[in-house]
Write a protein that binds this ligand. Structure first.
Ligand SMILES: Cc1cc2nc3c(=O)[nH]c(=O)nc-3n(C[C@H](O)[C@H](O)[C@H](O)COP(=O)(O)OP(=O)(O)OC[C@H]3O[C@@H](n4cnc5c(N)ncnc54)[C@H](O)[C@@H]3O)c2cc1C
Length: 456
């Protein structure tokens, strides 16, 4: 399967999306690849989890996709699972007491949604929201110099976004994008993602929309990759913890593992998260700078709760945004609608709380009680519903943090050593901490390695 006479040994460190995509694309290019993953399984932060008590397969957290995720789609095409994504026509905004309003997410009917059309907004408020949205879009494309110093909240105030439009759209969208409450989230991070979406939309003459997988995350991301690895002879090593990338005379020599063994390598993709990079790059001249950035980027928590109920809730769409929950905005995902999951006596609802700084410190029982209380306030049927089982996934390091002051910290994939490249959602891309960022970083990293001169 080797391309031309390239006898180089390529090692990818990290079996999350960035590492999987790097290994798949290098293998597609006919390279000899070894993939090192420190855990017993692949997938990193995107993985399915068996819930034995109800014989079900849940995810570590609901993952949604934007229509502009072009590198992620390329990965899914490579592993043969791109048909598992679905883009619905609408989502729901839901208020306490069960009031629910459909918001369209596709086509011309998405325009009022984009303009932050709150159901109770007066014509004057709608006009102000439309004007503020135009200003927001313009400033995302032509950014004011001080945007990096502003929180998203400050930016939304500056463009004059009315409170109702913020409640109906902008606050929860910004929270979803930066995984940080708007008071902490960086306006520049939000603006950059908006600009990427706007440019992509203009290029394709199509608006951006949000979709979701119709299968569990293992089926979506891992099963197909494993097939590619088998077909292309990729050597996948589980429980292989990389300690240090060994360099000599400005070239990659190998990877030192935690068990003391060494793997010979001519090129390495380092695709670990910012929280795991320290030590690996010690031989790289600029390592101190990269470690400092990795530390400053820090992390932000997400808590996911899978609630198995004895009856269905009256959801109107697969994705429902819960408005005015506890100051943070939560989302309820109806797995019956998303996966056409047959209930088998239990109905599964996944609740995701981004920027879960308080929740992360609570016990599972406290979180379950709190989430049950939340859905009882929003869904009338939940008042009588019995909880059959609950499954809490706490991810204290769900993503790197995108608070004010973090824009510009993310390192490039290119390093001063041509055979050593970085990948991972936290490296520099035009997306925030997302699966697309992981896939885009892999595309950039692999391109750099494929450009290496034959004699390198
Ligand atoms: C609950 C939750 C919900 C999310 N929701 C969304 C969403 O809706 N949409 C979206 O786009 N994104 C979402 N994200 C973000 C997305 O999951 C991540 O951005 C993406 O999966 C990161 O991929 P990665 O490959 O960069 O990192 P990871 O998935 O973290 O992969 C890194 C891998 O490296 C391995 N590793 C680390 N150190 C070593 C070592 N020394 N040696 C060997 N292996 C090592 C790790 O074990 C891991 O498998 C969500 C994340 C979470 C946690």
């Amino acid at each position: 399967m080797m391309q031309g006479n390239d006898s180089r040994r390529y090692v990818v460190i990290g079996g999350g999306l960035a590492g999987l995509a790097s290994a798949v694309w290098l293998a597609e290019a006919g390279k000899q690849v070894t993939l090192l993953e420190r855990r017993a399984r692949l997938g990193g932060r995107t993985q399915a989890m068996r819930v034995g008590e109800v014989d079900d397969l849940a995810d570590n957290g609901q993952h949604v996709v934007a229509s502009g995720y072009s590198n992620l789609f390329r990965y899914l095409k490579s592993v043969g699972t791109d048909h598992y994504l679905h883009y619905p026509h609408c989502g729901t905004l839901r208020w306490p007491g069960g009031r629910a309003v459909i918001m369209h997410t596709k086509g011309l009917r998405a325009l009022p949604t984009l303009m932050g059309a709150h159901p109770d907004a007066s014509p004057g408020e709608r006009l102000r929201a439309a004007r503020a949205t135009m200003r927001l879009g313009w400033q995302a494309l032509f950014q004011p110099a001080d945007l990096a110093d502003l929180s998203t909240d400050q930016w939304l105030r500056r463009v004059g976004m009315p409170a109702k439009a913020r409640e109906a759209l902008w606050d929860w969208l910004a929270l979803g994008i930066a995984a940080e409450p708007v008071e902490r989230g960086s306006a520049k991070v939000f603006a950059d993602v908006m600009a990427t979406g706007l440019r992509g939309g203009m290029k394709k003459r199509r608006g951006s929309t949000i979709g979701y997988p119709t299968v569990d995350l293992d089926t979506l991301y891992i099963t197909g990759a494993q097939r590619v690895f088998e077909e292309r002879g990729v050597d996948v090593r589980h429980r292989a913890v990389a300690r240090r990338i060994l360099l000599e005379d400005g070239r990659v020599k190998g990877v030192l593992l935690a068990d003391g063994s060494e793997i010979a390598a001519d090129a390495v993709v380092c695709a670990v998260p910012n929280s795991s990079v320290r030590g690996l790059l010690d031989d790289l001249p600029e390592h101190a700078e990269i470690y400092a950035a990795a530390d400053k980027l820090g992390h932000t928590p997400i808590v996911s709760t899978n609630l198995y109920l004895d009856r269905p809730l009256s959801t109107k769409a697969a994705m429902e945004a819960i408005i005015g929950g506890r100051g943070v905005i939560d989302e309820v995902f109806d797995r019956q609608r998303m996966h056409l999951r047959p209930p088998n006596g239990t109905w599964l609802y996944c609740l995701t709380t981004s920027g879960a700084y308080e929740q992360i410190h609570r016990s599972n029982d406290e979180i379950i009680a709190e989430q049950m209380d939340l859905i009882r306030r929003y869904y009338p049927e939940a008042v009588e519903a019995k909880l059959v089982h609950a499954h809490v996934v706490k991810m204290p390091r769900a993503t790197f943090s995108q608070v004010v002051g973090t824009a510009g910290l993310r390192p490039e994939q290119r390093t001063s050593v041509p055979g050593l490249v970085l990948a991972g959602d936290w490296t520099r891309t035009d997306w925030s901490a997302t699966m697309e960022s992981a896939a885009q970083s892999a595309a950039k990293a692999v391109d750099l390695l494929l450009e290496l001169p034959p004699k390198y």
